[in-house]
Design a protein around this ligand. Structure first.
Ligand code: GLY
Ligand code: MN
Ligand code: MN
Length: 459
């Protein structure tokens, strides 16, 4: 998240603030806090990551800032940020300071983040006559103290103010990506997809899960990814793939194992989220291939439902039907009416998670999944939404009544999908997933490794 990049594009953020201001109405105000620097141990901090909603509206990447936005046709945006501090800047680099932030980011007013309440009171028209105030009610209760104090003596006024959840309002806006979001998400997915492709030529039996994870980290960072992955990466060999949130270990990848990698870089704050599963030695066993092809077919069926006008639940149901049918065909699930099997979740022991989540600045991005008044129906997909499509089959090593040859196989295939006017665009398409494609890349790699080995032997 380079500050320079944010400056170049600051009009994007102004445009988003104007859109949000229209939704707030002329008597609405929203408080959007940025992230604070967080201590890890002693005087060491975690790498700083800006709060997603704040980043979306400002592009400002310094800690301890706050945006206050008053709605209406002539919105007012006020930023509070850390003051300039020559001594601190020697250690930690340049700060914009209020004046720099105002000039470079297009806010109406900027102040130091000291005495926030007093400054808000001084901006007399900011809270005057407002009847609704949004802030992250569930995450930042402490902000209410600042807001109440900023309202000051206007107790009567305070009684008539409705306090609502700002995360929800902003989440709805973030759900439908604009052109700038899409460009950055496509780039994040591209970096990750290329790493997943390259890794097929790098992985080999004998490597550890941690070594393979490091190969991803190296590729993400080299290609311009942010300091941290978009989420804790999952590199799982053999039966470890059946633990959904497996943490990489020193376990050695063995010939004959499948390796599941769920890894995505973050790029300028935007997440990518890709899973691929491949054979460590370059060739699927018949059982691995049978399971893999069911998951791949399920993913393709789900993709056909990832279109504007379809419900998110239809994407999942399409995957579940293919998985249910496949498991019955292989004798892993008792034969019965397929629709009844899926309706009653018979597939759940093998496919225990959903197929999709929103993707954006957060890997599990903002936005409600159900908006119907009765709370029953999943949301209808619209152009500009980005979802993952990630079915899987996991046969736990100790599953009763399952032949030994199937046990410990875990497969997930996950792509990042933008809903477009006509259907969808797979942002992570560069990462190979067809059996023939994976085996061909790995066969070529094996050939090179063998030739390399012979050369060494003859030295
Ligand atoms: N890697 C996190 C997820 O797939 O949801
Ligand atoms: Mn995911
Ligand atoms: Mn994932």
């Amino acid at each position: 998240m380079e500050a320079v990049m944010a400056i170049k594009n600051y009009r994007i953020y102004q445009k988003r603030r104007r859109r949000l201001a229209e939704n707030l109405g002329k008597n609405g105000v929203i408080f959007v806090p940025g992230a604070k620097a967080v201590a890890r141990n002693a005087d060491i901090e975690y790498p700083f990551r800006q709060e997603s909603g704040f980043l979306y509206l400002t592009g400002f990447t310094e800690p301890n800032a706050l945006l206050v936005l008053r709605g209406g046709k002539r919105p007012q945006s006020i930023l509070f940020c850390s003051p300039k501090d020559a001594k601190q800047e020697i250690w930690n680099g340049k700060r914009f300071g209020p004046e720099g932030a105002r000039q470079e980011f297009g806010f109406h007013q900027t102040f130091a983040n000291t005495d926030i309440e007093e400054k808000i009171r001084e901006c007399s028209d900011l809270l005057c006559g407002c009847n609704v105030i949004y802030y992250p009610i569930h995450r930042k209760e402490s902000l209410r103290v600042i807001i109440d104090s900023a309202l000051g003596r206007r107790k009567e006024h305070r009684k008539n103010i409705l306090f609502l959840d700002g995360d929800r309002l902003l989440g709805e806006m973030r759900l439908r990506k604009d052109a700038a979001d899409v460009e950055q998400m496509a780039h994040a997915a591209q970096i990750s997809a290329e790493a997943h492709k390259e890794i097929l030529t790098v992985v080999h039996p004998g490597m550890t899960e941690i070594e393979l994870e490091a190969e991803f980290t190296y590729r993400f960072r080299r290609a311009g990814g942010d300091p941290c992955h978009a989420y804790a990466p999952i590199v799982a060999t053999g039966a470890n793939a059946c633990t959904l949130h497996h943490i990489s270990t020193n376990a050695h990848i063995r010939s004959g194992d499948l390796v599941l990698v769920d890894a995505g870089c973050e790029y300028e704050g935007y997440a990518s989220d890709i899973t691929r599963t491949f054979p460590a030695n370059g060739k699927f066993t018949p059982e691995q291939r049978a399971i893999y092809e069911i998951v791949l077919a399920a993913q393709k069926a789900a993709m056909t439902m990832a279109c504007p006008g379809e419900r998110l639940s239809s994407v999942h149901n399409a995957a579940a039907l293919v998985i249910g049918e496949g498991l019955m065909r292989l004798g892993l699930l008792k034969k019965m009416d397929l629709f009844k099997a899926v309706r009653t979740n018979m597939h759940r022991p093998f496919f225990p998670h959903g197929t999709s989540h929103w993707l954006g600045l957060d890997v599990h991005d903002a936005g409600d999944y159900i908006v119907d008044a009765d709370g029953k129906n999943a949301r209808v997909l619209l152009q500009g939404m980005v979802i993952t499509v990630e079915p899987g089959i996991y046969i736990q090593p100790h599953t009763p009544r399952v032949e030994k040859r199937w046990r410990g196989i875990g497969v997930r295939i996950e792509d990042d999908v933008l809903i477009t006017e006509e259907g969808n665009r797979v942002l992570s398409a560069e990462a190979p997933k067809e059996v023939a494609e994976i085996e061909a890349i790995m066969k070529e790699r094996n050939g090179k490794r063998r030739r390399g080995g012979r050369l060494k032997e003859t030295k």
